[in-house]
Design a protein. Sequence first.
Length: 177
Amino acid sequence: MRRLLTAQLDELTARADRTRQLIQEVRGLLWRLDAGAMPDPDQFMTALEMISMLNNYFTDEQRAQMAQGIAAAGPEAAEETKTRWARLVEQLLGHVEDDTPVDDPQVQELLCRYDQLGAPFQPEGFTAEQREQLQAAIQRLWQDHSADIAQKLPWPAEKMTALYAYLDRARVARDGD
């Protein structure tokens, strides 16, 4: 009986944690709506769909860390990061199309800037291992849903897939793995 009740308590606690996290995410969406960052219902529904998708790829701890980091950075930082990310993607796609070697200093500098984009959104004390685990979850999410995600981007999925493969090769060249 004790094992059964303990298992039930663990499940209820996990469900409560997921509910608290979802509450935070919905509050964040409302905050973004109030700030004008998500002006139309289609974008809002897309964000809700993404929450559902995120719940399948990220642990409760990772979602909490991301939410904490985003909240700490604020909406202006999020909008600025989106703009910087789009510019970097355009520059990097140019290198993909030109077949620039991945060890080219300019490519490596862009890769460094690309990899640092998320730093302002990482909570204090975020370890290298946590960063790697988060990156792995993001890669799994992209692999499984690249077509859906790409529909919301200004670039086709095949270009983004080529870009991510290029970035992986550039990281290997940088790290010597």
